[in-house]
Design a protein around this ligand. Structure first.
Ligand code: ADP
Ligand code: MG
Length: 284
């Protein structure tokens, strides 16, 4: 179980102190599949980096199974069972994909085992197993390789930051299956995914909405998801006759097929942004 207690994260910009995370407290219980969502720039990736130890909070405490890990390094946390797949994966010159998978798993994976992890993320294993993890791989390929390494690690807490970013639709279907399998086989561990994708939100046990550096709301999926669907600004925009743009989530309807009124919208702001990260650097 991971606990964040009154976490703050400020950065200094010139003479100004900017609050990026403002007093976030949350618990990621064991055996849960938790999804963090919310508008771009809300602080989701920063939270993931704070959990992984890439950034240290300005104030507050992070506990893993009751042990204070706030001051622990990335390596210590990785050893203690936190694994993290970044929004923008890194490249390692001179290392082959199979080496990366072996490093991640911490054991001498057979080629067959390594291939299995690659297949699970929709990569044809024989084409990739001996590829060098360098600039010749596309962002989407790197992202999948990174997800495969997290699968190979199989740790207590797996954190994925927008795993869908830069992945084509076909692979996305496979990815959903990978996450469904992970959720179904969760055992004494938990999964934390940052995502805007409705398909991923739909399989969450718990949903946490982070906006403006703080928790807007959180709770079981059935409680939170209905309040998110239909809040996208794009849903209120032009919907073409006989269809809708692929990137726009479906318009919620009641049991009679009538659209649910927008009255549930919270002050008209977009809480569930249109799919794709739209983040700095864009699609890889
Ligand atoms: N180290 C930093 N220095 C300055 N600004 C930062 C830093 N880290 C994050 N930010 C800013 O904090 C906000 C939240 O960023 P981020 O956590 O990436 O949001 P999200 O992942 O929800 O889109 C953004 O406005 C971002 O530019
Ligand atoms: Mg982000």
């Amino acid at each position: 179980m991971l606990e964040l207690k009154n976490i703050r994260f400020d950065v200094q910009e010139g003479h100004q102190e900017i609050e990026i995370i403002r007093d976030v407290s949350m618990t990621i219980p064991d055996n849960k599949f938790v999804v963090i969502t919310g508008p771009n720039g809300g602080g989701k990736s920063t939270l993931a980096r704070l959990i992984a130890g890439i950034e240290k909070p300005t104030a507050g405490t992070i506990l893993l199974d009751g042990e204070d890990i706030t001051e622990k390094s990335i390596t210590d946390r990785a050893r203690m069972g936190i694994s993290y797949a970044m929004q923008q994966p890194v490249r390692f010159k001179g290392i082959e994909v199979i080496d990366l998978l072996r490093l991640a798993s911490g054991k001498k994976l057979s080629v067959g085992e390594a291939c299995m992890y690659l297949s699970r993320v929709g990569l044809c294993a024989k084409d990739y197993i001996n590829r060098e993890v360098n600039a010749s791989l596309s962002g989407g390929e790197l992202k999948r390789i990174e997800i495969a390494t997290v699968l190979a690690r199989g740790t207590k807490l797996s954190v994925f930051d927008e795993p869908e970013a830069g992945i084509d639709l076909w692979s996305f279907q496979n990815l959903i299956q990978v996450f469904e399998q992970m959720r179904d086989s969760i055992k004494d561990s938990s999964i934390l995914i940052i995502s805007h994708q409705e398909r991923i939100l739909e399989i969450a046990d718990e949903i946490i909405v982070v906006a403006d550096g703080t928790i807007d709301r959180m709770g079981p999926r059935d409680e939170i998801l209905p309040s998110l669907i239909g809040t996208t600004s794009a849903v209120g925009a032009c919907v073409p006759m006989g269809g809708r743009p692929a990137s726009v989530p479906p318009i919620p309807t009641d049991e009679n097929g009538n659209p649910i009124p927008k009255s549930r919208e919270k002050s008209g702001e977009s809480v569930l942004p249109v799919s794709g990260s739209g983040e700095k650097g864009g699609q890889a």
